[in-house]
Design a protein around this ligand. Structure first.
Ligand SMILES: [Zn+2]
Length: 96
């Protein structure tokens, strides 16, 4: 997946700040120091990977455990389902 969720402080319209899941590009996430990560869609645990030398694979996130219920993965079966052990599934993702 080219987008990932990272837990970050975000500014509210009133100027206060809160700690929330932000959906950002894998490129941006790779600039962060040890971000907390999850899949934006199925909330499953993911790892970050840099692009391959030959550019065949881009900067990306990959599920730690493959989830056939996630359209961002590589084995989607057409029916969306949360990961087996979703990370804070009750917390919505904020689109940066
Ligand atoms: Zn997923």
């Amino acid at each position: 997946m080219r987008i990932v969720d990272v837990k970050q402080f975000v500014s509210n319209p009133d100027g206060s700040r809160r700690y929330a899941w932000n959906t950002i590009s894998a490129d941006e996430a790779l600039k962060l120091a040890e971000p907390r990560l999850r899949c934006p869609e199925c909330k499953g645990a993911i790892g970050l990977f840099r692009r391959s030398e030959d550019d065949a694979m881009p900067n990306r996130g990959e599920h730690k455990k493959r989830n056939p219920g996630c359209s961002l993965g590589d084995c989607f079966n057409g029916v969306q389902r949360l990961a087996t052990n979703p990370i804070e599934p009750d917390e919505e993702s904020v689109r940066a």
